[in-house]
Design a protein around this ligand. Structure first.
Ligand code: FES
Ligand code: FES
Length: 161
């Protein structure tokens, strides 16, 4: 039987732990061991960005990371973006308002990516938005509404801070 390891980390502000095989991916730890199925898995090859979560605030592809390497770190998944009382974050509200989602499969990855993008660059230019979301694939929206959503989220964040 494969050797297993205890992985303890902070997920959405809560201490979590699981015993997993060395080859367990972070995406599988989140979805299967911790039940956080908001993180979606599309390509499992680092191409689509659906599995993007924040690791110590930086976007990472959870399908390319081993769960053991996340030990001791802070992970934020899409479930952790809203306020503790369930109020959607400005980025989530902007996507809803500007129709930045259709089927929603890519949305968790976009929301995490855009949250980090706007933290780093609160007023991105069009080119910075395109560059910032270039690692995330969407098969539904044609991107126009996603780009609009990012600008709207920047407005909301500015208004609210
Ligand atoms: S599932 Fe991780 S990048 Fe596609
Ligand atoms: S909303 Fe369907 S893949 Fe993006």
């Amino acid at each position: 039987m494969a050797e297993s390891f205890e992985v303890a980390l902070t997920v959405n502000g809560t201490h979590r732990a699981a015993r997993v095989p060395a080859r367990r991916l972070l995406s599988d730890l989140l979805r299967h061991d911790l039940g956080l199925t908001g993180t979606h898995v599309g390509c499992e090859h680092g191409v689509c960005g659906c599995c993007t979560v924040l690791l110590d605030g930086e976007p990472v592809r959870s399908c390319l990371m081993l769960a053991v390497t996340a030990a001791g770190h802070e992970v934020t998944t899409v479930e952790g973006l809203a306020e503790p009382d369930g109020t959607p974050s400005p980025v989530q509200r902007a996507f809803r308002e500007c129709h930045g989602l259709q089927c929603g499969f890519c949305t968790p990855g976009f929301l995490c990516t855009v949250t980090a993008l706007l933290r780093e660059t609160p007023r991105p230019t069009e080119d910075q938005v395109l560059e910032g979301i270039s690692g995330n694939l969407c098969r539904c929206t044609g991107y126009q509404n996603i780009v609009k959503s990012v600008h709207r989220a920047a407005d909301l964040l500015t208004e609210e801070t």
